[in-house]
Design a protein around this ligand. Structure first.
Ligand SMILES: *Cc1c(COP(=O)(O)O)cnc(C)c1O
Length: 371
């Protein structure tokens, strides 16, 4: 197989993929002067809520702000503890910290998502919420997480930044608890040409409080300031782009599922690799493959081998679980999570890949293990 370059994620593709439609939407919003909280944001919020199957979606500046604002809107505050996995972006923990709350980490299971069986022993009198991360386009075992939350009277929230379109027993990521947050960072499945995010909820009170706080506490109808807020609005031009791309989201997911099946057919039997479940053996899950995260023996050597052969890869979160960032002063010992982070590698997974690209990546990976 002749050599080729397969970048980990080609950012220009975010614009190129639906270029004509995106250009038209951008120009139309730009020419009409619709820059901040205009029709495009409202229409996108409506479409997103319908897609996820919830009553309300509120566009915000990014998912990190979304999580912080949804926690605050749901009543998380000073002294509360929020249970979450440590195999997540530092953003999940930040959202708690900026509310005066403390992130408390639990282990991940074999699927790399929050392990519902590791929550019980971590509950204290201050535990107020549990927030799984719907990692890599897969939903955690939400029946069990929900039962745990109910049993302990905890709020259930979701970091669904990576979860848009993923389901568990037919239910969409973001719709399981009091609220969930999505990210439209360019490398996300629904990627904007910059930052963007949304909070989804069935709770009218939470939706209203997030709607107020994202725009300085101002009442959208009267302009009266009703509470302390900030500026974290979803940009109107980004909403115009997202409206276009949301129409193509299911096709993007289908394509990624084909690519995941292709990876699995070729690499499923390779010793030294552990692959994520393939689309055919997900059980109650429907995965979107936001990322394709494998566990690899000799991970760093494999990574170097691939780089020499033109294949870009990435380490989740730069290779560290949240509690491993020393400057943050979080003390936790999570041996299973730490082992996963030493072994995890993200292979290229996005809608720009051809079948031939994936075959090439597979050949190089298999070649490394002599398979
Ligand atoms: C991308 C991501 C975020 C942050 O999203 P932003 O929109 O960049 O703030 C939070 N959590 C997870 C799991 C993510 O992947």
């Amino acid at each position: 197989m002749s050599a080729r370059e397969v970048p980990f994620f080609p950012y220009p593709h975010v614009f190129r993929q639906h270029r004509e439609e995106v250009e038209e939407a951008l120009l139309s919003a730009a020419e009409s002067g619709a820059y901040v909280l205009q029709e495009e944001v409202r229409r996108f919020e409506r479409r997103l809520a319908d897609y996820v199957g919830v009553d309300h979606a509120v566009g915000v500046g990014n998912a990190t702000d979304g999580m912080e604002l949804m926690m605050r809107a749901a009543g998380i505050g000073e002294g509360d503890e929020v249970l979450m996995p440590a195999h997540t972006f530092v953003a999940s923990a930040e959202a708690a910290v900026w509310n005066g709350a403390r992130p408390v980490f639990a282990e991940v299971g074999a699927d790399h998502l929050l392990d519902p069986d590791d929550l019980e022993g971590r509950v204290t009198g201050a535990t107020a919420a549990v927030m799984p991360t719907q990692l890599n386009g897969r939903v955690a075992r939400m029946d069990e997480v929900r039962a745990f939350a109910d049993e302990h009277g905890l709020l259930l929230l979701e970091d669904s930044a990576q979860g848009l379109g993923a389901t568990y027993r037919g239910r969409m990521a973001g719709s399981f608890g009091r609220a969930g947050a999505f990210s439209f960072y360019p490398a996300k499945l629904l990627g904007a040409l910059g930052d963007g995010g949304a909070v989804v909820t069935d709770d009218a009170g939470v939706a209203e409080r997030v709607r107020l706080t994202r725009d300085h506490g101002r009442d959208p109808d009267t302009g009266e300031v009703r509470c302390w807020g900030r500026n974290s609005r979803l940009d109107n031009l980004q909403a115009a782009v997202l409206l276009v791309k949301l129409e193509h989201l299911d096709a993007e997911i289908e394509r990624r599922r084909e690519l995941a099946a292709r990876y699995r057919r070729r690499l499923g039997g390779v010793d030294g690799l552990v692959l994520p479940p393939g689309p055919e053996d997900e059980g109650p899950h429907f995965d979107t493959y936001q990322n394709y995260e494998v566990e690899a023996e000799d991970r760093d050597a494999l990574r170097a081998h691939l780089a020499e052969r033109g294949v870009g890869t990435s380490l989740p979160w730069g290779g560290k679980a949240v509690h491993e960032h020393r400057a943050l002063g979080l003390d936790a010992s999570l041996p299973r999570t730490e082992r996963v982070l030493r072994r995890s590698l993200l292979l290229p997974m996005n809608g720009s890949l051809s079948d031939g690209d994936v075959d090439y990546v597979c050949e190089q990976v298999a070649g490394f293990y002599g398979g």
